[in-house]
Design a protein around this ligand. Structure first.
Ligand SMILES: NC(=O)c1ccc[n+]([C@@H]2O[C@H](COP(=O)([O-])OP(=O)(O)OC[C@H]3O[C@@H](n4cnc5c(N)ncnc54)[C@H](O)[C@@H]3O)[C@@H](O)[C@H]2O)c1
Length: 115
């Protein structure tokens, strides 16, 4: 799997959506790709398809956990020999779902929202 002459990118949130599309784009451009995602089932399914385009390694991990990020970076370098770029794509985007929590100010008006 190691192809040190190619450049290597780590794409977070690479199992689905924009991240998965970015993985495909990098593979088509000749890069090694490490796709990190907390959703191992989708990541494994994506890897089955995307490896037809080039060298891709799926790594299960949560970007909110520093140790898991460190492990994924280490695993990427072990697999491909180097790491040249990171796309920090992982996140939650659902325009049809409001914030998970809505707080109210002490005066009863709408306060800050958090997701
Ligand atoms: N789609 C849009 O219109 C839009 C607009 C603005 C910003 N964004 C941002 O772009 C990024 C991708 O959006 P998308 O529409 O492809 O979303 P998506 O939900 O289709 O994909 C996001 C991926 O990130 C993964 N993920 C979420 N939290 C994670 C974590 N803690 N650790 C590792 N992986 C995690 C999910 O499992 C999923 O595979 C997000 O950061 C989103 O906030 C998207």
């Amino acid at each position: 799997m190691t192809q040190p002459h190619r450049r290597t990118v780590l794409v977070t949130g690479g199992a689905r959506g924009l991240g998965r599309a970015l993985c495909a784009r990098f593979l088509r451009a000749g890069w090694n790709v490490a796709a990190m995602d907390v959703d191992a089932r989708s990541g494994t399914a994506a890897a089955r398809t995307l490896t037809a385009l080039g060298p891709l390694r799926f790594l299960a991990g949560d970007v909110a956990d520093e140790a898991q990020v460190r492990d994924c970076v280490g695993e990427t370098v072990r697999s491909f020999g180097a790491l040249h770029a990171v796309v920090n794509n992982a996140g939650i985007a659902d325009p049809y779902q409001g914030p998970r929590k809505r707080s109210r100010s002490s005066d009863g008006t709408a306060g800050s929202q958090s997701t």
